[in-house]
Write a protein that binds this ligand. Structure first.
Ligand code: FAD
Length: 315
């Protein structure tokens, strides 16, 4: 059986949950097996996972699981995997999934691969593929253990409707509280979080300073986009760290990525080059980002960005 841990936020499934279930369903098909989903806590739309290939949705609820803590969640998910005799456990390659993968693999004595981006092949062994070297190469890896744990790269596959809603069944697993207690979690309110965003407006050191970000925020607002930035911008405190995209930041795959005043270093591209359409605004015609761009504007961002915003306001 393939068990997918479907992530939720504020009692609703995340986009990554639908991707993970589609992935789990296709993996189950390749194995001639069944795909089931697991949600932790209340999720009003959990039954929808049936549409994406889960034959059943299990729900674990416990006061100790109200706030995310990787140790307690690991115990609960590992308990569910054992209870259901799951052979493949699929997570999302999110902050949550990344913090669970190693712990779950240790607990389940499983081989694990983080950040896979293609459905496993099963001829002559269970083989998965993942991007390596900042997305410059693809590695194929065989997992030889009986139980396998994978995390699926965001936006690697499109959620696909293959069935109907299914019922949600409570699953009882032993949940011991971990060694730490999460007292409070403060969420950044506002736009769609970067890993889920379809439209992203991003800016780099070409902005000269944090006081100039108003033009980026205005463009983002007109588009209904989420804002992002290059690493040095976050490192110097011009923008918050949760906006940092790239190899050491968040990897995104939006439909549209607009980059203003970003040179396009390989470490930046590693996190954004899977965007469907990339628009680059840079005053240097030799900026490396233009090689990765679908559309490029050679010009001063302080002129181009406001004009773009004004033009978009007319739609
Ligand atoms: P710069 O390289 O300084 O580029 C600024 C750009 O703005 C230039 O191309 C310039 O032509 C343009 N510009 C200036 N003024 C204007 C104007 N008025 N109008 C239009 N264009 C203008 N970086 C990341 O972003 N994400 C990562 O995850 C990341 N991880 C890293 C990991 C490692 C191990 C290392 C070594 C580096 C990493 N970096 C990462 C840093 C990366 O190598 C680059 O240094 C960084 O991306 C550069 O940021 P930038 O493009 O904003 O700044």
């Amino acid at each position: 059986m393939v068990l997918v841990f479907a992530e939720t936020q504020k009692g609703k499934l995340k986009k990554a949950a639908f991707e993970a279930v589609t992935y789990g369903y296709r993996t189950a098909q390749a194995l001639g097996s069944e795909c089931v989903a697991l949600v932790i806590g209340a999720a009003e739309d959990a039954g929808q996972l049936g549409k994406y290939g889960a034959s059943k949705v299990y729900q674990v609820e416990d006061p100790a699981l109200e706030k995310f803590d990787s140790q307690t969640y690991t115990r609960a998910i590992a308990g569910a995997a054992k209870e259901l005799d799951a052979k493949v456990l699929v997570l999302s390659h999110s902050t949550t999934g990344k913090s669970l993968l190693g712990r779950l693999a240790a607990r389940l004595d499983a081989g694990s691969v983080p950040g896979v981006n293609a459905v496993p092949t099963t001829d002559g062994g269970f083989k998965v593929r993942k991007p390596v070297f900042s997305g410059k190469a693809i590695a194929e890896m065989e997992i030889k253990t009986d139980v396998k744990v994978l995390s699926l790269m965001g936006n690697a596959i499109q959620p696909e409707v293959v069935g109907d809603n299914v019922g949600v069944e409570a699953l009882s697993v032993p949940v011991e509280a971990g060694r730490i207690t999460v007292k409070d979690v403060e969420r950044v309110e506002g736009t769609v979080p970067l890993p889920e965003a379809e439209l992203v407006v991003s800016a780099g050191r070409g902005m000269k300073g944090p006081e100039n970000w108003g033009i980026i925020e205005e463009l983002a607002e007109v588009l209904g986009a989420t804002t992002a930035c290059s690493r040095p911008v976050a490192d110097t405190g011009w923008r918050p760290h949760h906006e940092h995209v790239g190899q050491t930041g968040i990897a995104i795959r939006p439909n549209l990525y607009i980059a203003a005043g970003i040179s396009g270093a390989i470490q930046h591209l590693a996190g954004v080059n899977n965007s469907k359409t990339i628009v680059v605004i840079n005053k240097d015609p030799d900026a490396p980002f233009f090689k990765a761009a679908d559309y490029g504007v050679v010009g001063d961002l302080f002129e181009v960005v406001p004009r773009l915003t004004e033009a978009l306001k007319k739609f």
